[in-house]
Design a protein around this ligand. Structure first.
Ligand code: ATR
Length: 292
């Protein structure tokens, strides 16, 4: 039960009503016996500065920051971790000696889920998308030593811009951009991993035109989808039907949360409790019941 000395961890985003982080983090705090509470706050863009000032004034332990504030929040923070600086985006804020430090645990969550699913990090990958999620995936793969990355995007200029950014930071990585379409098939034949970092397949548009023709998925390819609602996207379903190994969005969600917990508390995260709470919260989501 929260009491007079309970510490606050806040989620700042818009919308936040369906966020599963409160369920996951409060379960973690309970399991670890910590006197902390995690609360979600819907913060419109024009109130973000005031909300961060509020975190300071209230002495909050930390925060998560989600869509659409991950980039805008940087201007209100005192310091950034190297990952947050590289990605230009923050999803976790930690108060350290009165200073607000911005971290990015999305990239960590992505890497950890891949390591768990694959046992290693891939040398070659195709990334679909060129938004914030694709950027985190591409830069993290390049940082982890990928030798070749292909960015496939509906709007080719955005794909090209991401490729140029990867090349600028990681000159040793051969990066190229392709338009969405049949050109992907060839790129996939030479890749170890496909990452869907577009919103294609996300509820409520889960069954809209797929990203690719499942026949383009070669044997041995690992298929990773950052979309976690529904838990089994059309892409993951197609990959599993072909017997391909998969890494799903919920695993990344779990590990970004676990890392954030560790940053706020300095303790190892109770990952299994968090996984249980996450799966329970996802099962109650709109869209989760569509396919039982
Ligand atoms: P985020 O920051 O979560 O990655 P975003 O910046 O809105 O979100 O990026 C969404 C990505 O999904 C983009 O790569 C987008 O392609 P465009 O750059 O062409 O907009 C992609 N996307 C969204 N809907 C799509 C669709 N129906 N078909 C193909 N790509 C789609």
């Amino acid at each position: 039960m929260p009491g007079a000395s309970t510490g606050l961890v806040a989620l700042l985003g818009d919308p936040v009503a369906h966020s599963i982080s409160p369920a996951m983090q409060n379960a973690a705090f309970r399991t670890a016996g910590l006197d902390l509470v995690y609360l979600a706050f819907r913060v419109p863009a024009e109130e973000l500065g005031a909300a961060v000032a509020g975190l300071r004034a209230l002495g909050a332990v930390g925060a998560n920051v989600t869509v659409p504030h991950k980039v805008a929040v940087l201007q209100w923070l005192d310091e950034l971790s190297p990952e947050a600086r590289l990605l230009g985006a923050v999803n976790t804020v930690v108060r350290e000696k009165g200073r607000l430090v911005g971290h990015n645990t999305d990239a960590y969550g992505f890497r950890r889920a891949l390591e768990e699913g694959l046992g290693r990090l891939p040398r070659t990958a195709v990334i679909a998308g060129a938004g914030g999620a694709a950027r985190a995936a591409a830069l993290e793969l390049a940082r982890a030593g990928a030798a070749r990355l292909t960015v496939v995007n509906r709007t080719p200029e955005r794909g090209q811009a991401l490729v140029e950014e990867v090349r600028r930071h990681f000159p040793g990585c051969r990066a190229e951009a392709l338009p969405l379409g049949v050109e992907m098939a060839e790129a996939l034949r030479g890749a170890e991993l496909l990452v869907n970092a577009t919103s294609v397949g996300m509820w409520p548009h889960s069954e809209e035109p797929p990203l690719l023709d499942p026949d383009w998925l070669p044997p041995g390819l690992v298929v990773c989808d950052l979309v976690y609602n529904p838990r089994e996207t059309a892409l993951i379903r197609a990959a599993r039907a072909r017997g391909l190994p998969t890494v799903t969005g919920e695993q990344m969600l779990l590990y970004q949360g676990a890392r954030a917990f560790e940053l706020w508390t300095g303790q190892p995260a109770p990952v299994e409790e968090m996984r249980r709470a996450l799966l329970e919260a996802l099962a109650a989501w709109p869209g989760a019941r569509e396919r039982g």
